[in-house]
Design a protein around this ligand. Structure first.
Ligand code: AHG
Ligand code: MN
Ligand code: MN
Length: 283
């Protein structure tokens, strides 16, 4: 039963992706309200959230829906819990840089730790629109191809992705980091190429394919980190670990962190196993 529900969540979100991508153009203004994380909301954030919410809450077998853009959890019956970042990196839209959608599925009522995840996936709106899915210990990337009507076809682009290389690093934010991160960055810069694009989905995706490590450290103003565990930290940690990599909040796997509030933040690092161990040694 839950496999079919996971299949349907992935299919419905993938079907929506071309519509979201083509709808960003006229929704790049800020709406003057803030989300539960006190961040300005772009019209595209609000619109994408409503669009995905309607698709996901109407799926039989989805019992809860939680969004980065909403204060409360929506109870929609019995079944799996879906958490979503409807538009990740929305500040990248005016400059036409990469943005994405992050979705993860828990078999526990929310909020809960990432150990309850059964699947996690993201849409990357780039030169191609792709969906990268982690479930049952495997990570596969598909290109989303529009077909007549609202249907889409998913073409396997990368099967059973593994994070093995040590080629790139990226650290979000700026030098407001706490001291130990500056040392970490100079050590990573000695061995790896810097790649940072300002949206978690794009930065994580290039790390997944090239091999390396990506993080958004705790810093002044974001003492508990910037990424929300439920909508960003857990899904990306789940994907990294399913691809043979690792994640950490500086001390342990992100998936082991107890989550008491649905908008709880975390310092975030994920990537090739040994590089993540080096991060933990530094912090
Ligand atoms: P969101 O647009 O969902 O709030 O996510 C934005 C996040 C993440 O995608 C990105 O890595 C980070 O914010 C960028 O933060 P800075 O602008 O501080 O670099
Ligand atoms: Mn985000
Ligand atoms: Mn977002």
């Amino acid at each position: 039963m839950s496999d079919e529900v996971v299949d349907e969540v992935i299919q419905k979100v993938a079907e929506a992706a071309p519509h979201i991508s083509s709808g960003l153009m006229h929704r790049r203004e800020y709406v003057g309200e803030e989300n539960p994380s006190d961040e300005k909301m772009m019209e595209a954030d609000v619109w994408a959230n409503e669009f995905f919410k309607e698709k996901i809450t109407s799926i039989d077998g989805v019992g809860e829906f939680a969004s980065e853009e909403e204060h409360e959890i929506t109870d929609c019956g019995e079944g799996l819990s879906v958490a979503i970042d409807p538009l990740d990196g929305s500040s990248n839209i005016p400059t036409n840089n990469l943005v994405g959608t992050i979705v993860c599925i828990y078999d526990e009522r929310l909020p809960c730790s990432g150990e309850n995840l059964v699947a996690a996936f993201y849409i990357l709106y780039g030169p191609l629109t792709t969906v990268t899915v982690a479930r049952e210990g495997q990570v596969n990337e598909y290109v989303i191809e529009e077909s007549p009507g609202d249907d889409v076809d998913l073409y396997m682009a990368s099967e059973d992705i593994r994070i093995e290389g040590k080629n790139i690093y990226g650290l979000g934010g700026n030098k407001a980091w706490f001291d130990d991160v500056e040392d970490l960055e100079s050590e990573l810069a000695d061995d790896l190429k810097l790649r940072y694009g300002g949206a978690l989905v794009g930065d994580f995706n290039q790390m997944l394919h090239h091999g390396g490590v990506f993080g958004y450290p705790a810093k002044e103003g974001y003492e508990n980190g910037k990424y929300r565990i439920l909508f960003e930290g857990n899904p990306m940690a789940f994907i990294a670990e399913a691809a043979g990599g690792a994640s950490t909040n500086g001390e342990r796997s992100i998936l082991e962190v107890e989550v008491d509030d649905i908008h709880q933040r975390t310092p975030f690092y994920a990537g090739q196993k040994e590089l993540v161990q080096r991060v933990e040694e530094h912090l």
